[in-house]
Design a protein around this ligand. Structure first.
Ligand SMILES: Cc1ncc(COP(=O)(O)O)c(C=O)c1O
Ligand SMILES: *[C@@H]1O[C@H](CO)[C@@H](O)[C@H](O)[C@H]1NC(C)=O
Ligand SMILES: *[C@@H]1O[C@H](CO)[C@@H](O)[C@H](O)[C@H]1NC(C)=O
Length: 502
């Protein structure tokens, strides 16, 4: 549809241009309506090439971001096809010579994380196990809706709340609650009104707003991301045109943190870079810095005048405690640093599909916070106008009601506890069944939903091909998708793949 509107606007500008003459509108609109675009020509009367060129160029500029469209309309050599002057005094513009003007759009590769679930669905073996996507499952491996969420929803239904638009920045009660959960309700940064918070489309959408803010107001600044990181981070910063590079994080020798490498790389980055940090439960490794290491990371970031940018997708879900999981962010805030934090309620409240999260920018002054907030709203408005209300109301109701809030904490502890318990059982099975003496203790040192097994791509492939265990090819398994009953089977598969596949 977009293409059609665009074409009509280009064509009508050609038409309006004083140097350009008659255009056969009827034929154009007819062919635009037709899905069979084969051999459609727009016949234009002869005009001076330069006049046609300037209008064409303007239209071409508009298409810079759509290469596929560009080549469909202007040919692979990027010359406007309409420039070919025919001997009979007409310019002929080939609008589309193929069956579809989308023929030059190639097939996109499947998403490396969500694609795993597709493959899992297609497998008919009854032993199959999906450890690909990071979503909590019960011991019966069923999706789980928190009881407190059901209660909040029932209350909302009883109240019969309306479905009017939210403001661009989202639900006020949610924004207040989310900043308080993050920084702690009596954190001076909140009382000093130094935090700009807007509701985003979960963690991903909130990261995307912050990325747009960086691109717009810190042009050329790059963001450092951990190697490895959550697969979507690179997509987000690529799409926002924020240059990124990686800092060392994972040490394959120890299946632990390469702390020295991390510090070196953050030090070596140009002053004033953004540094993306996972607030807790690093995805995919499950390896977090210790409190002492966080202090040193903060030292280096301050020394280099970098901007810390936290991605907090697992608050409360990692340790079971909301406060403990926010301690990294609070440590940086207490040092008086300016920072960004993206939040998500997908995991800790199980609101995956409700798309509820927030982006917070902690500023040095309340005045800066007001201005930053106004600009984030300006970024959000043309992207999606305003965020959805349902999930935000759930969060606001759960946090705003002391009984609900305590129930939530209990359920979060229950979920975190189940994951810890399968982690322990997996480790027990690995260490008792592997007779080679290999040290599997890294499994226990990792935190949160994931375990990075250290399996390489071939070994991960074998986990799937031979054992029907679905996981991402970087060796990550989601323990949230594992039941106690399947721990032994998983351990057998890991031991076999690790020792028998190179
Ligand atoms: C590190 C990290 N950041 C952000 C997200 C965002 O998820 P969502 O957009 O569902 O909130 C995830 C989810 O897997 C994640 O692991
Ligand atoms: C992995 O599993 C398949 C299927 O069972 C097996 O045939 C193959 O030999 C294994 N691959 C490797 C590289 O060992
Ligand atoms: C190994 O896994 C089984 C289930 O798969 C579990 O019942 C058992 O407790 C585990 N072994 C140990 C030593 O934890």
């Amino acid at each position: 549809m977009f293409v059609l509107i665009w074409l009509v606007s280009c064509v009508s500008r050609l038409h309006r241009s004083p140097t350009l003459l008659h255009l056969r509108h009827s034929r154009i609109t007819h062919s635009l309506k037709s899905n069979q675009m084969a051999s459609t020509f727009l016949s234009l009367p002869s005009v001076s090439p330069s006049a046609a060129q300037s209008v064409q160029d303007k239209c071409k500029d508009k298409m810079k971001s759509g290469n596929a469209f560009k080549s469909a309309f202007f040919g692979k050599d990027k010359q406007p096809l309409s420039m070919k002057t025919k001997s009979h005094g007409r310019i002929t513009m080939a609008v589309a010579v193929k069956a579809s003007r989308f023929d030059s759009i190639t097939m996109a590769p499947p998403d490396p994380i969500l694609g795993v679930s597709e493959a899992f669905k297609a497998d008919t073996n009854e032993l199959k196990l999906n450890l690909g996507v990071g979503a909590y499952r019960t011991e019966e491996l069923q999706p789980y809706v928190l009881k407190v969420v059901r209660k909040a929803e029932n209350l909302m239904l009883e109240r019969g709340e309306n479905k009017e638009y939210l403001p661009i920045e989202g639900l006020a009660a949610f924004n207040k609650a989310t900043a308080e959960l993050l920084f702690g309700a009596d954190n001076p940064v909140l009382h000093e009104q130094r935090v700009a918070t807007i509701q985003g489309l979960s963690g991903t959408g909130s990261l995307r707003i912050a990325a747009a803010l960086i691109e717009r107001y810190f042009p050329g600044a790059k963001i450092l991301i951990s190697s490895p990181t959550w697969g979507n981070h690179k997509n987000i910063f690529n799409d926002a045109r924020v240059p990124w590079s990686e800092y060392r994080y994972y040490d394959p020798k120890t299946v632990g943190l390469d702390f020295d490498g991390m510090i070196e790389d953050i030090k070596a980055a140009p002053e004033g870079s953004f540094v993306l940090l996972h607030g807790c439960a690093h995805n995919p490794t499950g390896i977090d810095p210790t409190p002492q290491q966080w202090e040193k990371i903060a030292d280096v970031i301050q020394e280099k005048n970098h901007f810390p940018f936290f991605d907090v997708a697992y608050q409360g879900f990692a340790s079971g405690s909301l406060d403990e999981d926010a301690s990294s962010v609070r440590l940086f805030a207490a040092r008086g640093m300016e920072l960004l934090v993206a939040q998500s309620y997908s995991k800790n409240l199980g609101l995956y599909a409700e798309r509820v999260g927030a982006i917070n920018v902690l500023c040095s002054s309340p005045d800066a916070a007001i201005r930053v907030k106004s600009q984030m709203k300006r970024i959000a408005r043309p992207m999606y106008s305003n965020p959805p209300v349902h999930g935000a109301r759930i969060v606001a109701n759960v946090v705003g009601n002391p009984d609900f809030f305590n129930e939530w904490k209990d359920e979060m502890e229950m979920m975190a506890g189940r994951i810890k318990s399968v982690r322990q059982k997996l480790y027990n099975n690995l260490s008792s069944k592997d007779k080679t003496g290999k040290d599997w203790s890294f499994v226990l040192k990792q935190i949160g939903m994931f375990s990075f097994t250290g399996l390489n791509k071939a070994q991960s492939d074998n986990m799937t091909d031979k054992w029907h265990i679905y996981m991402t090819k970087d060796g990550r398994i989601s323990l949230a998708g594992l039941s106690a009953a399947k721990c032994e089977y998983l351990a057998d598969a890991i031991i076999d793949s690790y020792h028998n596949v190179s």
